[in-house]
Design a protein around this ligand. Structure first.
Ligand code: NOJ
Length: 562
């Protein structure tokens, strides 16, 4: 019986992210597609996830992997069409899997009807008021201010007139020049997105993942960045007091959207991409009349350090709890280096920040420890209350691909910085399904839009299936164990004291007959003893009983015990 069939499913769901270009290609063009997702839905049912989140599948020039949308109510032909998308939603539901789709309201593609109408009209027209358009300085020759794009270079590009001659005006794009930022004061912008929400809700989708949910409103007058920040804001850094993020007006938009979600039965759910500096600012998005949930990037950014991780868990639960919201847990997504590589680099002594895709590492990761830590972090995450996200390939333990040649890289930040930054393609390499073949079963023709490492056969779904030591079987076991202890996804958590800061042990509620489960993870360098009578799940092999009772938890290992 799936645990997803109630109105509160989003409070404790395990949600699997599909980056559709890279999951499974059915038509052989080297790009994943909706038919590929439909064909592989049994993988997800077998894995035991409650929901999927599909990164943008809308009509798009694909200059930022689909986060540049030219029509929100149509599907890009590389993926399929609206009919196949609707069929996918129905088929997922038949398997007890909910479907969340992405929505990108901060900016459109420059190919969107709104921007094309802007280009066809002159300054001061209504079409211009849907975007942020300002006259340039120095008689129009210089951008209106010094803001820089997250992807590098100026955040402004010149607006040509209908005849192609310069107008002296500029439009704002916090990301690529092909992604103009919408002006949320304009009623057409609200209407465009309310129509889009209803369009997909009416086709059965259970919710939306909202891109850049803290960015839609800009400070009046476009003031300069606070001096200590420079002009460059990094989406992946903890930002505060910046005029383009986390402005108070953004919350009114989420209240408007929540009213639409509440008109459906069961109500539809939102998860926001909210990069803000503190758990406190984050929780403001989760007030009862705003978003249901938001990605907990403080978890994703936490280093391999017991005290730090404990602080993140406590703050996240405390702040979200104040507004009655569950928290979320996330270790990977399509924007950050794979967790195995991140933790492997940290184990090798790299100073690389945990989410940095701006630079390539100069050290070799300690892969064995990276693998162990990625496994442990998964087991620990799934023992926490709230919902948890898995990114495609995380269940296979895929590493980051660090050596993609420059000429295949597609990240717009790579292009905008002349190859100095923008390495997100390394976590977007297609998924290996079979041990052999030129694209390991990703595509029937062997094509793949990014090259796949030659040694990925043993990481494929087929190769890992049935091998109890594999990451795939660990993930299946962990999800089964989580379902068997439904109280784990809700309820409170108590830290068990008496161990070092490096070995975290927390007590979680469980079924009536069995009062609790202990979730433990050893982030230190020496073994720790956990006082318990039996072991439910471990990230590594069996745990040795300790002399005098309990079990020995080696470094880089997590377990559930009773
Ligand atoms: C966040 C998305 O996750 C990322 O992939 C995208 O490039 C930016 N938002 C801009 O839409």
């Amino acid at each position: 019986m799936p645990i997803t069939n109630d109105a509160d499913w989003w409070r404790n769901a395990v949600i699997y992210q599909i980056y559709p270009k890279s999951w499974a290609d059915a038509d052989g063009d080297g790009f994943g597609d909706i038919a590929g997702i439909r064909a592989h839905l049994p993988h997800l049912a077998r894995l035991g996830v409650d929901a999927i989140w599909i990164s943008p599948w809308y009509r798009s020039p694909q200059s930022d992997g689909g986060y540049d949308v030219s029509d929100y109510r149509d599907i890009d032909p590389i993926f399929g069409d609206v009919a196949s998308a609707t069929a996918l939603v129905d088929e997922a539901h038949d398997l007890g899997i909910k479907v969340i789709v992405d929505i990108v309201p901060n900016h459109t593609s420059s190919q969107h009807r709104f921007f094309q109408e802007l280009l066809a009209s002159g300054p001061g027209s209504d079409a211009w008021a849907r975007y942020h358009c300002l006259p340039g300085r120095d008689g129009g020759a210089t951008p209106p201010n010094a803001w820089e794009s997250v992807f590098g270079g100026p955040a402004w590009s010149p607006i040509p007139g209908p005849d192609g001659t310069p107008t002296g005006w500029w439009y704002l794009h916090l990301f690529d020049a092909s992604q103009p930022d919408l002006h949320w004061d304009h009623p057409d912008v609200h209407a465009e997105f309310l129509d889009t929400l209803r369009f997909w809700f009416d086709r059965g989708v259970d919710g939306f993942r909202i891109d850049v949910a803290m960015g839609l409103v800009k400070a009046p007058g476009y003031p300069p960045m606070p001096p200590q920040h420079g002009d460059r804001h990094q989406l992946l850094d903890e930002v505060t007091d910046e005029p383009m993020w986390d402005q108070p007006g953004v919350h009114d938009i989420w209240r408007e959207w929540r009213r639409v979600a509440n008109q459906y039965q069961p109500p539809r759910a939102f998860v926001g991409e909210v990069w803000v500096a503190t758990a406190h600012a984050h929780a403001a998005y989760l007030r009862p009349d705003e978003l249901h949930t938001a990605f907990n990037f403080h978890h994703l950014k936490a280093p391999w350090n017991g005290a730090e991780l404990r602080r993140v868990v406590d703050h996240s639960l405390y702040e979200a709890g104040l507004v009655g919201a569950p928290t979320t847990w996330v270790l990977e997504n399509h924007d950050v280096p794979r967790v195995r590589t991140r933790f492997g680099l940290e184990a090798a002594g790299a100073a690389l920040p945990s989410t940095n895709t701006a630079q390539l590492p100069t050290l070799e990761p300690d892969d064995a420890r990276g693998v162990a830590r990625a496994r442990a972090a998964l087991v620990f995450m799934l023992g926490l209350p709230g919902s948890a996200y898995l990114y495609q390939g995380q269940e296979l333990g895929l590493p980051e691909v660090l050596d993609l040649p420059a000429d295949v890289r597609q990240d717009p930040a790579f292009r905008r910085t002349n190859g100095a930054e923008g390495f997100r393609d390394g976590c977007r390499v297609p998924i290996p399904w079979t041990p052999d073949g030129p694209s390991f079963g990703f595509s029937p023709t062997g094509a793949s839009w990014l090259p796949m490492p030659a040694d990925w056969g043993p990481l494929s779904v087929q190769a890992q299936q049935g091998d109890p030591t594999s990451m795939l079987e660990l993930t299946r076991r962990a999800l089964r164990a989580r379902r068997a202890e439904p109280a784990l996804g809700d309820g409170d958590l108590t830290w068990v004291s008496g161990l070092t800061d490096a070995c975290l042990v927390l007590r979680r509620p469980a079924g009536a007959g069995d009062p609790h489960v202990l979730v433990a993870m050893n982030l230190g360098d020496t073994p720790a003893v956990v006082d318990a009578e039996s072991v439910l799940l471990t990230s590594a092999g069996d745990l040795e009983p300790a002399e005098g009772g309990g079990f020995v938890l080696p470094p880089d290992t997590a377990a559930w015990l009773r």
